[in-house]
Design a protein around this ligand. Structure first.
Ligand code: KG4
Ligand code: ZN
Length: 355
């Protein structure tokens, strides 16, 4: 009998994660060991440090996921899904090696999953006690906004994607992180900027918007430069030289700058997403990636989606950031479609979602 249960492993970046998901939707266990505190010490991810941390946490996280799923070992698991890319090679290899070993020892099918596809399928997930709700209707427009990637995709059907556009320079999350550092806020910058922006009394500063013409592409490097110049102005120093450190700025100024930066990023992301939905006759909009946890972004896109009359599905914040449940959701679709990897599955650090 089919249990529909997939054990999923995700180690592409800085979270060691294992989940058990039933029929691509219902979460039975979802365990994430975050390395955020570790990487906060260096203000960013050092790949070698991340890979070592995955090695340290892989087995305890796997044990905990099996315990929470109530699984006796791997009894009742139908397949093993694992992120094959994109991501850091050393980090990916830890999860892939574990998945290959489990599949071999327990004689289970091994299903390779694209990390981005996982972020999109997070919109299909249901928490253990969450009431049933309809799946996002297709075709859908997906916006994936994370620390490493920013792109818009048309999901024509399950596992059938058309990439519409993406960032030509920095990812949205990367811009949040860099501007956060510039403002002297703690790592990661995204949540820190979001909460600083909430404190802004004055909301009349305006940073540039990079519309990239009428395309579905994004650019955030000009905005980063504008933020750097604004911080330098506030400090009374020249922007061109050396390290700019806004940690001595008054908190009301930091809040205003954080708000203005967030306003620019979210306006561009929301406008392009809603416009793409309209252009392609999408029947829903789904968001994924760490930046999708941003409340201002969610509200902006929700407004546009409501005007179009299409549902917006945004996973709860813990399912927007990297996790293995989303790999289990995408893995189920691939498993049903017959996608399998051999025992020679290798990391694909620059894997793309679609041509
Ligand atoms: O998806 P994710 O966990 O990891 C990657 O695959 O990159 O995304 C992490 C990114 C970081 O850049 C972080 O600053 C950003 O997501 N982020 C946010 C928020 N929460 C996390 N950005 C804006 N607002 C937030 N609330
Ligand atoms: Zn991610």
């Amino acid at each position: 009998v089919s249990t529909g249960r997939i054990l999923a492993i995700e180690t592409s970046c800085d979270e060691t994660a294992v989940a058990v998901v039933e029929r691509g939707r219902r979460i039975r266990a979802d365990v994430v060991a975050s390395q955020v505190a570790l990487h906060a010490q260096t203000g960013g991810i050092v790949p070698e440090v991340a890979a070592r941390a995955h090695l340290r946490w892989m087995v305890p996280v796997l044990d905990e996921a099996c315990r929470r799923a109530g699984a006796e070992g791997l009894a009742g698991i139908e397949a093993i899904a694992v992120t094959e890319g994109p991501g850091l090679a050393g980090s990916l290899l830890v999860g892939i090696t574990m998945a290959r070993t489990l599949a071999w020892v327990h004689d289970l099918p091994l299903v390779p999953v694209n990390h981005h596809e996982g972020h999109l399928y997070a919109a299909w997930l249901l928490d253990p006690d969450e009431p049933e709700r309809p799946e996002p209707p297709l075709p859908a427009i997906g916006l994936v906004v994370s620390g490493g990637h920013t792109f818009l995709v048309l999901i024509r059907d399950h596992l059938d994607y058309v990439r519409l556009g993406g960032t030509v320079d920095d990812a949205a999350g990367e811009a949040f992180d860099k501007v956060g550092r510039l403002l002297g806020l703690p790592y990661p910058g995204g949540p820190a900027i979001a909460s600083a922006a909430l404190q802004a009394a004055r909301r009349d500063r305006r940073f540039p918007r990079a519309w990239q013409g009428d395309t579905d592409d994004f650019s955030f490097s000009g905005l980063k430069t504008a933020a750097r110049r604004a911080v330098a102005d506030e400090l009374g120093v020249a922007a061109a030289h050396g390290e700019i450190d806004g940690s001595t700025l008054p908190s009301d100024v930091v809040a205003e700058l954080a708000w203005a930066f967030q306003d620019s990023v979210t306006e561009v992301l929301a406008t392009k997403t809603v416009r793409a939905a309209q252009r392609h006759g999408a029947r829903s909009i789904v968001l994924g990636g760490g930046v999708a946890a941003n409340q201002a972004l969610r509200e902006r896109i929700a407004g546009g989606a409501a005007a179009l009359g299409v549902p917006l599905v945004v996973p709860r914040p813990g399912l927007c950031t990297d996790n293995a449940a989303m790999i289990g959701a995408a893995g189920w679709r691939r498993y049903m479609a017959g996608v399998r990897a051999g025992a020679d599955l290798d990391a694909r650090p620059s894997l793309r979602l679609a041509a």
